[in-house]
Ligand binder design. Structure first.
Ligand code: HEC
Length: 103
């Protein structure tokens, strides 16, 4: 009994640790809806969005673009401001959401 309880706790710990690491498209969706959607839209194709659409695009590309905006190695007055307030976690979550969108 003691052994199986330990095994269960280890299992839960591993699961939780995994959650901390992995980007969450669900959290990303909430963040995207709050911040990005007004310009980039939420669906694909984002015909309502006036700016480059992000849905279905390569996750590495999107991550890189956001880090560059945040570091100001890629310049855009709008995106430098917005990306400046994103954590690595936010970037991973949001890009996981957008890259996973299907037409
Ligand atoms: C106020 C409007 C606005 C908001 C809000 C906004 N963006 Fe942008 N975004 C832009 C504009 C304009 C560009 C094009 C900038 C440029 O020329 O580099 C852009 C470009 C981008 C690009 C690069 C696209 C490409 O094709 O290279 C990414 C990635 C991006 N935004 C992600 C986001 C994310 C994620 C959010 C939410 C956290 C967000 N944006 C919020 C206006 C916005």
């Amino acid at each position: 009994m003691k052994l199986s309880t330990d095994a269960l706790l280890i299992g839960i710990a591993v699961l939780l640790a995994g959650n901390v690491q992995a980007a969450s498209p669900y959290a990303g969706k909430t963040k995207a809806a709050a911040v990005c959607a007004q310009c980039h839209g939420m669906r694909m194709p984002a015909t309502e969005a006036p700016f480059p659409f992000l849905g279905g695009r390569d996750v590495q590309y999107l991550r890189l673009a956001l880090r560059q905006y945040r570091d100001k190695t890629r310049l855009s007055p709008i995106m430098n401001n917005i990306a400046g307030s994103l954590s690595d976690r936010d970037i991973d979550d949001i890009t996981a959401y957008y890259s996973g969108l299907k037409p």
